[in-house]
Design a binder for this molecule. Structure first.
Ligand code: HEM
Ligand code: CA
Ligand code: CA
Length: 302
């Protein structure tokens, strides 16, 4: 089991080293905090939080990075490399890449205005990747019940789903992940009825039919870079960008609706739940003890 003090005698500065690199990176890329939080999520859902996501193609490894849920959408790997280099310079061979992702996620949330939590540590790095296992990641086109099942499959419940989806309070998304809602959602030429009509017009301007499907827009139209509760107030106003976002509020009879309303009403309720759910997600089948290894380079097994 993981512990908050795992590096207290072997690399007591690890958090401040990581914070320094993330702050530096954020000066030229405001999106990096969101990107780093997402990296931890995409790692943990596939074989647990073991940095399997970070392995490149080599040594017979089929990289998770090339699978559809990650390819041309997950970003920030270079900043993880910069963090690893900075940490190795001070504490060589001590801190796992999996723990770097967990710490960087927490630092990113706090730098963007969210609340801090005690990150549990002691994960080790995998010696394998699971490219096919990336199908465990939720897709924005799935129904609420399909997404809920993917969460319960890794031990996370409905409150975790709603709290962690609040990560979409910052960061960006490409047109290809929501343009299906804009023009012909029902096959009869109508847009998604759960999309606010003014917001629909805005999104149609950003993502014209036949236009560039890689164009980025804000996941949170109100406070694009701030970690706050606005994701939930957006859902109440039919301002969810992804179908999977809006479903949390617009699926009739769903247990998620009350939770959205609770977080929309209280930022501290959201922050409390988000912290707990991040700890829950960070606990998904870590490698500990003598399992796995401490990678020297996050992209390659030792
Ligand atoms: C509940 C199911 C989820 C679905 C279907 C989903 C889907 C997506 C999609 C499609 C994007 C846009 C990617 C792109 O356009 O390249 C995105 C971005 C993002 N997701 Fe999720 N996501 C989910 C849950 C989560 C969770 C649990 C977290 C973290 C705790 C998270 C954090 C983020 C962040 C921060 C971004 C913006 C990343 C950036 O700007 O680089 N998401 N997500
Ligand atoms: Ca993993
Ligand atoms: Ca926000």
């Amino acid at each position: 089991q993981l512990s908050a003090t795992f590096y207290s005698s072997t690399c007591s500065n690890v958090s401040s080293i990581i914070r320094g690199v993330v702050e530096q990176a954020a000066q030229s890329n405001v999106r990096i905090t969101a990107s780093l939080l997402r990296l931890h999520f995409h790692d943990c859902f596939v074989n647990g939080c073991d940095a399997s996501l970070l392995l490149d193609n080599s040594d017979g490894i089929a990289s998770e990075k090339d699978a559809p849920p990650n390819a041309d959408t997950v970003v920030g790997y270079e900043v993880v490399d910069d963090i690893k280099t900075a940490v190795e310079n001070v504490c060589p061979g001590i801190v796992s890449c999996a723990d770097i992702l967990a710490i960087a996620a927490e630092i990113s949330v706090t730098l963007a205005g969210g609340r801090s939590w005690n990150v549990l540590l002691g994960r080790r790095d995998s010696r394998t990747a699971n490219q096919d296992g990336t199908s465990a990641l939720p897709s924005p086109f799935e129904t609420l019940s399909e997404i809920t099942k993917k969460f319960t499959d890794v031990g996370l419940d409905t409150t975790d789903l709603v709290a962690l989806s609040g990560a979409h309070t910052f960061g960006r998304a490409q047109c290809r992940f929501f343009s299906g809602r804009l023009y012909n959602f029902d096959g009869a030429g109508n847009p998604d009825p759960t999309l606010n009509t003014t917001y629909l017009e805005t999104l149609r301007q950003i993502c014209p039919e036949g236009g560039n499907e890689n164009t980025l827009t804000d996941l949170d139209l109100t406070t694009r870079n701030d970690f706050d509760k606005n994701y939930y107030t957006n859902l109440q106003n039919n301002h969810g960008l992804l179908q999977s976002d809006q479903e949390l509020f617009s699926t009739s009879g769903a247990a998620t609706i009350d939770i959205v309303n609770r977080f929309a009403a209280s930022q501290s309720d959201f922050f409390d739940s988000f912290a707990q759910s991040m700890i829950n997600m960070g606990n998904i089948s870590p490698l500990t003890g003598t399992n796995g290894e401490i990678r020297t380079n996050c992209r390659r097994i030792n």
